[in-house]
Structure formats: structure tokens, C-alpha cells
Design a protein around this ligand. Structure first.
Ligand code: UDP
Length: 328
């Protein structure tokens, strides 16, 4: 059985569903602080609780035959992390320490960790390989970098086998349109633009128009949530087949799109026109983040299936079918 922390969240719910479709048994641990019970596949065992609750973790590891943990639950907003760094060090670093301590105690040696390209900081130019120096420029990125360091040390000292996946910008929704992105408040670009195009907001804010990028707006590498999910399953199979794994992989599509390009693409797919307002830069935003995903292609045989158009189209379908997100 696989324990999925944060399985009621956007990414965790997609991975839970894919794991179940592949025949894995899944237990989801989530405190529903940002996730939705409705997003959790009914075939999974749902455990309501916090990953920082050591007593609960002990009970879960005793009661269920967990062979691997996929750890999604975390705070993950760049802007919020600048305003409230301690939330990031507590929710991400401190609680992950408790989780991995309990894993070690219960001799659970396989972990897949949700990391981020925010660990790289503000690189200039070329696509990023995993060897690129880590120099995060916000507490969110720093919290994830700290966890990666802890995992590396634990693999040496206690034989923890882990894969850390550095996500670039995740978008899109399950092709069934039954699950998708539903945050409150929403801060991410694609859902913000689509919700504006649905008439829910008066305008789209563009944070910064004078970056040193081709059109002056930030460039990001967008990856479909189902491609991301597939990478997790490949990583799980890799951990099951390989001894002593301590690997880090980037997860992106190797193509950058600016904020304005994303807005344009959303307009084309929805066949609606956005009202755009350029505002000040958001603190903590690097201008350009584009992945090299050569390593994960070579080592895990991962290959993305969805392009930007399909990312936005599946997201649009989800928003059109669920204009208010999951039932609250
Ligand atoms: N962004 C924007 N308007 C929004 C939301 C985001 O201009 O309403 C920009 C943001 O400044 C960043 C990019 O879009 O440059 C992607 O932001 P998002 O929050 O989606 O993901 P992040 O890169 O912060 O993880």
C-alpha cells in the first residue's frame, strides 16, 4: 500500500487516482486545510489528520502495510512564503522531519518527495539541469532545499531510498474533468486567467512587465498534472527495482512560455478576450525557469504526452464543468 500525504490536494488527488487505476492500494493522509475530500478517489482509504501528528503517523504505519510514501502535503505559494516564512519552515521542514523519522522508525524505506524548481533561485538563460547550483530566493524554495538536504543525509545514515521530483509549473486537469485545480484563494496563473475568462474576476493581473525576457513578463515551463503523475509512478517502480536510490529529477516540458503567451493561449482556447492589467512585480518571482528533463527521460524513460494547448484545454474543461470547484 502507498501512503499519499496531501492526497486531497490538486497533484496528490491526480496521483492517487492514477495509482489506483494501476492497481496499487492507496491510503491518503490529509488534514483538508487546502485539499478537498471530494477530490479523493473513493477507492482510497482516507485518513483525516496532519503529517505533523507523530502519534497518528505511528498508528498509520502500524495499521496499514505501507511500502512507500508519496509526500505531497506542503505549503507551496511563493508570495505567501515571503510574507509568512515560518509557516513554510514549520509545515514543510519540521513536519517532514517528523514524517521521515516515523518512516525510519517503522522501517519504511521508500519515499517520493515533491520538490520544486524554486530551489534553483533566479538562474539566468539556459535550461536548468539538476546540477545547477541551488540558490533559492524565497522561503518556499529554501524550505524544499532544506528537506532535500535532510533526505540526502538520511539516505546515507539510514538507507532511506528516495526520489525528489523538482516540479516546474504544474497545470491542466484529469481528462475526465472530474478532478482539477481548486485553490482558495487562487494565486496560480492558468486558473486565474481561466476564471477571469469565465467572468469571475474583472481583470487578469500580470505581475511585472519589465523583466529581462522577450516580452517583459516572466517565463515558466508548464507541465500537465497527468504527465507529472506518470513520473511519480515511474519513480515508484524505480524505487521498487533499485537498491539505494537517492535521486533528484526535474519535471518540466523544456519549453518556456511568458505570462502574456499563457493569457493568449487561454483566450484562444476559451474563445474569449481577457482584460489585462500590468502590476508591480511579485516579490520572490524569478524571471525565467525552464527545465532540462533529460535526466528523467534517460533514467526513468519518462516522456510527456501533453503540450501547452492540452494543458490549458483540460484545465478549461474542468473549470467549465465545475465553475465553483469541488462542492464545499
Ligand atoms: N502570475 C501573474 N498573474 C497571476 C498569477 C501569476 O502574472 O494572476 C505570474 C507570476 O508572477 C509568475 C507566473 O505568472 O511569474 C507563474 O506564477 P504561478 O503563481 O502560477 O506559479 P509559480 O511560478 O509562482 O510557482
Amino acid at each position: 500500500m502507498i501512503l499519499v500525504t496531501g492526497g486531497a490536494g490538486y497533484i496528490g488527488s491526480h496521483v492517487t487516482r492514477d495509482l489506483l487505476d494501476k492497481g496499487y492500494k492507496v491510503a491518503v493522509l490529509d488534514n483538508l486545510s487546502t485539499g478537498h475530500l471530494e477530490a479523493v478517489d473513493k477507492r482510497a482509504i482516507f485518513i483525516f489528520g496532519d503529517i505533523g501528528d507523530e502519534q497518528l503517523l505511528g498508528q498509520v504505519f502500524k495499521r496499514f502495510p505501507i511500502c512507500a510514501v508519496m509526500h505531497f502535503s506542503s505549503s507551496c505559494l511563493v508570495g505567501e512564503s515571503v510574507r509568512n516564512p515560518m509557516r513554510y519552515y514549520q509545515n514543510n521542514v519540521e513536519k517532514t522531519i517528523r514524517l521521515v523519522n516515523k518512516m525510519v522508525e517503522h522501517k519504511i524505506t521508500r519515499l517520493i518527495f515533491s520538490s520544486t524548481c524554486a530551489t534553483y533561485g533566479s538562474p539566468t538563460g539556459a535550461v536548468l539541469t539538476e546540477e545547477h547550483v541551488l540558490n533559492p530566493i524565497n522561503p518556499y524554495g529554501r524550505s524544499k532545499m532544506m528537506i532535500e538536504t535532510i533526505l540526502m543525509d538520511l539516505s546515507e545514515s539510514n538507507g532511506l531510498n528516495y526520489v525528489s521530483l523538482r516540479y516546474f509549473n504544474v497545470g491542466g486537469a484529469h481528462p475526465s474533468a472530474e478532478i482539477g485545480e481548486d485553490h482558495f484563494p487562487e494565486t496560480h496563473l492558468i486558473p486565474n486567467v481561466l476564471q477571469h475568462l469565465q467572468g469571475k474576476t474583472n481583470e487578469v493581473s500580470v505581475f511585472g512587465g519589465d523583466y529581462h525576457t522577450p516580452d517583459g513578463t516572466c517565463v515558466r515551463d508548464y507541465i500537465h498534472v497527468c504527465d507529472l503523475s506518470h513520473a511519480h509512478i515511474l519513480a515508484l517502480e524505480y524505487l521498487a527495482q533499485t537498491k539505494l536510490v537517492a535521486e533528484i529529477f526535474n519535471l518540466g516540458n523544456e519549453r518556456g512560455y511568458s505570462v502574456l503567451e499563457i493569457i493568449k493561449s487561454c483566450e484562444t482556447i476559451s474563445n474569449k478576450k481577457a482584460r489585462v492589467k500590468v502590476l508591480a512585480k511579485r516579490i520572490g518571482d524569478p524571471p525565467l525557469l525552464v527545465a532540462s528533463s533529460e535526466k528523467i527521460r534517460n533514467v526513468l524513460g519518462w516522456k510527456p504526452k501533453y503540450n501547452l494547448e492540452q494543458i490549458i484545454r483540460t484545465a478549461w474543461n474542468w473549470h467549465e464543468k465545475h465553475p465553483n470547484g469541488f462542492p464545499k
